[in-house]
Structure formats: structure tokens, C-alpha cells
Design a protein around this ligand. Structure first.
Ligand code: ZN
Length: 469
């Protein structure tokens, strides 16, 4: 049976294996009942009988190596996270973060330590020359693929519901774009793409976004995609018991564990920013970073990316940053408040894992931000030939900005970008679903890459364990 790294059973199994290891080097080895481990040792020990001291020593080292290899395999098996295997199911106490590779935007499923599930930004960018190919393929819509992935990994399949869904901002790659062929919902009240398609098939208990209920802040949202989403919300509230809330920066009690929160007091989701309102780092206080909208010329108003929802997840020593398509300023004479990364970095501080803002586009991951967060791991969803930008990648790799190792993982790198940016060969992975599995308590985490060419859920690479800092 596959056991999770985080589970107590896994730890017990490891302790038992280490006990075997020690026993194998004691004179009473052969009297032990654990045949599988000792068959090899017995042969080596028997061969070693009566040999000169030097040879015996060599046999002992060989036996130690054989055992070490065997035990390493056993431990890996016990943790169930070996290359070639199907991803072991989430286990209580573990924090799982699945960055689902669709080739068409974001889609991130969080399973908190008590099994509370949250889906963020199930996007569906529409066709275009710079858009990457769909994963696994184009036989289904991105929303359908996300539904099937989520249904496969949800910890409570009998209930098959998401406790939370959240949109960081209202762009197609984060919520689902509409085209003339977008299918209607069963009710006929709205069209299906991205979030509305997920909600059609999986019950969403609570929906969070940055602009509920009036969708007028900081400027009125008139996009047909947002109108369609509003029709979806209205239908879900009336017929499916959905609750909707505006994401409130500063709070650490809006997104909470719902099943066994007392078992994991070291877990927290901190709302950091939305629509330019940024947490100060003191209590739940916030301040508005944008100037009054009336003072800005129509073209100088906050953009949808500027308004992205930002949150930080903390689990013991593990810190994780996610900030949608937040910009860090542009060098084109734009007002300085378009840099939202800098004030956000000041309250977030260093993290273990950073989700690249704006998929690593040219306006994101500014120097101050990279230097302040100094992550061990960067992850992002790539769906365009510009993800990531070459200068951004140089900053991420720069040991002048911060010292030490760092690993970068992308879901679906375009071949065109690989041709233009040779440094992309330094990525740890550029294709596949990215699963961050944080062990119980948050001290360590692993990153597993899953095959995204079909629904195999098979592990193609394991990185770590990393120590949380
Ligand atoms: Zn985006």
C-alpha cells in the first residue's frame, strides 16, 4: 500500500526500516524474522565467513551499499512518490497544491491539511497565435479537463464539492474566455467556460472575487465575460446554495479550514491585497495604494492586473506566495503606483515558494520583489510565447539579487520561447502538472511533476525534499 510521506504510518515504516538496517549489522541478523531484507545480507555474511579481515571489511561495505540502496527504494515506496508511479492520494495533515496544466491559463487546486478544498483561477484563454497547445489535448475544453482532474484528486469524492473557488481577477486565462461556440449551461442562463464550466459540474460552496456584489470597483466591469459570470453567480445562489463574498485584504479568517481546523493551528491563509487595497502587516489593517480613480485620466486608471487578489499561505515554517497577474512597474513613464509588487513584498517577506506574478511577463517580478521574497522555488503557468520574459528569468536566476539555490518549474513552455530564451534550459521542469506536497507540520515539501499528456496522474519527476525556512 502506498503511504504518504506526511502520514504517521509512513514515519513508523521508515523507523522500522532503519531498525532493520541497524539489526542487519548486528551479529544476530540471521535470527531475525524479516526475510526479505535479510536474504541478501545472509548471503553476503555467509560468503564473508572465514575470509581475511580485509575481504570481510569489503563484503561488509558491499552489504551496507546493497542495503542502503534497498532501503532507499523501500523508503521511496513507503512515501509513494517514486517516478513512474501514480500520484498517491492526499493524506490528512498534508498541504497539496496542484498547478493543473491546461495550456490555456491558470488552474490551481489547494487541498488544506484538513481536506478543505479551494480552486483558484480555472482559466480558459481563447485561441491565438501566441497561445500554447492545449493539454492533454483539444478533445475537451480546458474547463472540462480541470473538472476531471479536480474530481480525481478531491479528498472527499462522495461529496464532490469545492469548499471555495476564487478568481484573482477578471481575465480569460483566470476565469474562462467566451467565444461564439461556447456551450450554454443546462439552465440556458449563462455560457460555459472556465469557472462557469467548473461550477456546472462541481458544487462550489463559497465563491470569492475582488468585486462582488456591484462589480464597479475601481472602475465598472462591462466585459461580457464578467456579465456571464454574474449570471452564473445569480443562478448558483438561487439554485445551488452558493455563497459569494468579496475577498477582504488584511483578514486571515476569510479562507479557513472547515473540517478540522483545531488539528492544524499552524496553518493560515492571509489575504494580502485586492483592488489596490494592501495589508499593512499590522493586525488586519490595510491601506489603499491607488490614487482616487477620479484623479486619473481614463487611460491611467488601475488595470485588471493591478487589481489582482494576493494571498499568502503559511503552514508552520512553509510560506507560499500567490498574486495573480500583479505588476511590478513598467519602464514607460507610467505612474509609480502601477508597481504593486513593491508594497506587497514589504508585508509578505521571504517565502519558500513563489508563484510568478503575471506568468513571468516583462512587467513582473521586479528586483525588489525578487530580492525580498528570495524564494527557494518558483512555479508558474505558462500559456503564451512571452511566458516568461528573458529579463525576468535573468532576475530569478541572479545570485546578486539573493544568494543560494533556486529551482523554477513551468507547466507548459512554448517551443518558440525556448528558441528565443536559451536560459530556459535551466528550468527544473517545463512540462507537466506541478504538485507541491507539503509534509504534515510544514517543515519539508516535495515537488512532483505529473504527466500532462493524458489522464495518467503518473509522476515523471520528484524534486526535494526541500526544507522550509
Ligand atoms: Zn494571467
Amino acid at each position: 500500500m502506498a503511504l504518504s510521506f506526511a502520514s504517521g504510518r509512513g514515519a513508523r515504516r521508515r523507523r522500522m526500516l532503519y531498525k532493520y538496517f541497524n539489526a542487519a549489522h548486528s551479529p544476530r541478523t540471521h535470527t531475525n524474522e524479516h526475510g526479505a531484507v535479510f536474504a541478501a545480507t545472509d548471503v553476503l555474511t555467509a560468503e564473508a565467513q572465514g575470509t581475511p579481515r580485509k575481504r570481510r571489511g569489503r563484503f561488509r561495505s558491499l552489504s551496507a551499499i546493497v542495503l542502503a540502496v534497498f532501503l532507499a527504494l523501500c523508503v521511496n515506496q513507503a512515501e509513494g512518490q517514486a517516478v513512474g508511479e501514480v500520484l498517491p492520494r492526499w493524506a490528512p495533515g498534508t498541504l497539496d497544491i496542484h498547478r493543473i496544466s491546461t495550456g490555456r491559463g491558470d488552474a490551481v487546486l489547494y487541498i488544506f491539511p484538513d481536506g478543505t478544498a479551494m480552486l483558484v483561477d480555472p482559466g480558459a484563454e481563447t485561441e491565438g497565435p501566441r497561445v500554447t497547445r492545449q493539454r492533454p489535448d483539444a478533445s475537451r475544453s480546458p474547463g472540462e479537463w480541470v473538472v476531471r482532474y479536480v474530481q480525481h484528486v478531491l479528498p472527499h469524492p462522495s461529496e464532490s464539492a469545492l469548499d471555495y473557488a476564487l478568481l484573482t481577477h477578471f481575465h480569460a486565462d483566470h476565469m474562462g474566455g467566451l467565444v461564439s461556440s461556447s456551450p450554454p449551461s443546462r439552465s440556458g442562463q449563462f455560457k460555459l467556460s472556465g469557472i462557469t464550466e467548473v461550477g456546472e459540474h462541481i458544487r462550489i460552496r463559497k465563491m470569492l472575487d475582488r468585486a462582488w456584489p456591484d462589480y464597479n470597483s475601481p472602475v465598472p466591469l462591462t466585459d461580457p465575460m464578467v456579465k456571464n459570470y454574474q449570471a452564473f453567480l445569480a443562478w448558483q445562489i438561487r439554485h445551488n446554495g452558493m455563497r459569494v463574498e468579496r475577498f477582504q485584504p488584511g483578514r486571515n479568517d476569510q479562507i479557513v479550514m472547515l473540517h478540522a481546523p483545531r488539528d492544524y493551528p499552524q496553518f493560515e491563509v492571509r489575504n494580502v491585497a485586492a483592488s489596490g487595497e494592501i495589508w499593512t502587516g499590522v493586525g488586519t489593517a490595510t491601506r489603499q495604494h491607488f490614487p482616487p480613480v477620479e484623479e486619473a485620466p481614463p487611460k491611467g486608471r488601475p488595470t485588471e492586473n493591478d487589481c489582482s487578489i494576493v494571498f499568502r499561505i503559511r503552514y508552520g515554517n512553509f510560506d507560499y506566495f500567490a498574486g495573480g497577474d500583479l505588476p511590478g512597474g513598467e519602464d514607460d513613464g507610467a505612474p509609480s503606483w502601477h508597481d504593486v509588487e513593491t508594497p506587497v513584498a514589504k508585508v509578505v517577506g521571504p517565502v519558500d515558494v513563489n508563484v510568478l506574478n503575471h506568468h513571468g511577463s516583462a512587467d513582473a517580478e521586479n528586483e525588489f520583489f525578487v530580492r525580498t521574497l528570495r524564494p527557494r522555488v518558483h512555479v508558474f503557468s505558462a500559456w503564451s510565447t512571452s511566458h516568461p520574459d528573458a529579463c525576468v528569468l535573468r532576475r530569478l536566476l541572479s545570485t546578486r539579487l539573493y544568494p543560494g539555490a533556486r529551482d523554477i518549474f513551468a507547466t507548459n513552455m512554448s517551443d518558440a520561447n525556448k528558441l528565443v530564451v536559451p536560459e530556459l534550459s535551466k528550468l527544473k521542469s517545463d512540462q507537466g502538472h506541478i504538485v507541491i506536497r507539503v509534509a504534515e507540520g510544514g517543515d519539508t515539501y516535495r515537488i512532483m511533476i505529473l504527466d500532462d499528456s493524458a489522464e495518467t496522474y503518473r509522476i515523471i519527476a520528484v524534486h526535494g525534499p526541500y526544507e522550509s525556512r
